[in-house]
Write a protein that binds this ligand. Sequence first.
Ligand SMILES: [Zn+2]
Length: 110
Amino acid sequence: MFRLWPTKQRNEVSIIKLLFCRNCKRVFSLTGTKQDCPCGECGGVYPDGVNAQIWGNALPLGFDNTSFFSALGNQPEETGMGGRPFTAFVIEQNCPTVEHVERASDPPTD
Ligand SMILES: [Zn+2]
C-alpha cells in the first residue's frame, strides 16, 4: 500500500519516510503501526513521526516535504513531461533517525 499522507495532519509533518522492499520491489509508507511487507522480508514502524525502526531487506526512502507538498498542490493539467517532479531520496545508511532492528515480536494476545 502506498499512502501519500502519514498519520499526522499535513501541517504537523516533518518528514515522510517510506520503505523500499529489495525482495519484492514494493514501496510502502511507514506509520505509527508496525507493519511488514506482504512478502515478509522487511518492515518498519514510525511511531513518533521522526524516528523510524526498520528491519529486514529494505531501503528507507524520504521525500523532501517542501517539493512534495508543492507538487501535490500544483498538479499540472499537462506538462508534456508526465507531471510535476518532486525530490525523493534514499536515506543514508548512518541516519540518526532510522534504526535497523531485529523485528520485534508482537505483544501476546489474551
Ligand atoms: Zn517485500
